[in-house]
Design a protein. Structure first.
Length: 144
């Protein structure tokens, strides 16, 4: 099975932006950790990050066409993007997707506690730091 790891807006700033919330681990560090875990689990992995909603939607369309499982940290689009939800609905009917958040969004501002994506996700992992990506990968490993 091949997994696409998608990261939304501002996640390219991990390690710099609000380290008191998101820690000092960079996105490159996260990708290296996930890549190593994917190898251990025998899964193929691909990574994509964008600050642009349309680019993320295009990546989801490609994942749907290629029948990839998706791990997505949608960042701020979690709370705002019906368009991203609509694209992910096609994935939900196939290999599925897991929504990941580094921080515990339920312990933060009220607006962060609503996700347009969660109702159609196979699962949601929030508040476990960057380990959430590897936990999501473990889910897909068990499904393959």
């Amino acid at each position: 099975m091949k997994i696409l790891v998608l990261n939304g807006p501002n996640l390219n700033r991990l390690g710099k932006r609000q380290p008191e919330i998101y820690g000092s681990t960079t996105l490159e560090d996260v990708n290296n950790e996930v890549r190593a875990e994917a190898e251990r689990l025998g899964l193929a992995i691909e990574f994509f990050q964008s600050n642009h909603e349309g680019e993320l939607i295009e990546a989801v369309h490609r994942a749907a066409d290629e029948r990839l499982g998706v791990i997505i940290n949608p960042g701020g689009f979690t709370h705002t993007s019906v368009a991203l939800r609509d694209a992910l609905a096609e994935i939900a009917d196939g290999a599925g997707f897991v929504e990941v958040h580094i921080s515990n969004v339920h312990a933060r501002e009220t607006f962060r506690q609503h996700s347009y994506l969660s109702p159609i996700a196979r699962g949601v992992i929030a508040g476990l730091g960057t380990y959430g990506y590897r936990a999501a990968l473990g889910y897909f490993a068990e499904q393959s």
